[in-house]
Design a protein around this ligand. Structure first.
Ligand code: SF4
Length: 248
């Protein structure tokens, strides 16, 4: 993994995501290296790693907390921010650099609402902060129930069992975690439902959008069926039936 520190000029980026005013991305690049990642386009904005494969580099915005604090200081009223939109805020480098944690501390200080979306149980490290924030929502991505699929398509992301254990910890701490089943990879809907149902307040479903990026991998694995619109529709229908009014 190539890790470089850089300085950021801005922290808050205006968002069109419903319910979110701004996004904050403490890292450029993502060590999870998901093969289907929608954020691969961010590589063109890298300062030092434009030629490196996605997942092989991370640029650490080392001054982001200071920049964020200055920006929040200038805002007239609190808003709501998502960590993160084009990287995982709890990817492995976060254990060392703690930028997400520092941003949470500052957002909490200024009374901002926070949405978190991650694949990592490292989010539980920050339970002390998260449980003290009145306006917080924590989502874990769980696009399959099958760790064999996870190993092939999310080679450096935490195992699914660790994500379920994180959901349990979040719930036991008094939060109401939700799960992003996205993109819907090859999965067994009934098994995924059984894994998640004790812990989640809602699930959001999304199909695989960048199919060309993974077509060869899916073909080699015999998963061509999972690249079709019919698979996406059928999986959505089954998960919606299972989760009932918790599914969106
Ligand atoms: S965790 Fe998210 S941002 Fe990171 S590689 Fe996977 S899909 Fe991309």
């Amino acid at each position: 993994m190539q890790i470089t520190t850089i300085t950021a000029r801005t922290a808050l980026v205006r968002s069109k995501i419903p319910g979110v005013d701004y996004v904050i991305n403490p890292y450029l690049g993502c060590g999870h290296g998901c093969r289907y990642c929608y954020a691969v386009f961010m590589r063109k904005y890298a300062r030092h790693h434009r030629e490196s494969p996605w997942g092989a580099f991370v640029e650490v915005k080392i001054n982001l907390p200071e920049v964020l604090k200055a920006e929040l200081h200038r805002k007239k009223r609190p808003g709501r921010a998502l960590l993160a939109s084009v990287c995982d805020p709890y990817q492995p480098v976060e254990a060392r650099y703690r930028l997400t944690r520092q941003c949470l501390e500052i957002l909490g200080e200024y009374g901002w609402g926070v949405d978190i979306l991650t694949r990592s149980p490292l989010v539980c490290r920050d339970l002390d902060l998260l449980t003290a924030m009145p306006e917080v929502s924590v989502g874990l991505s769980m696009p399959t129930d099958d760790d064999r699929v996870r190993k092939i398509l999310e080679p450096n992301a935490p195992p699914l069992g660790a994500r379920v254990a994180a959901l349990q910890r979040l719930k036991e701490a008094g939060l109401t975690p939700w799960v992003f089943i996205a993109p819907m990879l090859p999965l067994n809907p009934e098994r995924l439902y059984e894994l998640l149902k004790p812990y989640v307040s809602r699930v959001m479903l999304d199909p695989l959008n960048y199919r060309g990026q993974v077509r060869d991998i899916f073909h080699r694995q015999g998963w061509d069926y999972a690249l079709t619109d019919a698979y996406a529709a059928q999986t959505r229908e089954t998960l919606t039936r299972l989760f009932g009014n918790k599914a969106r």
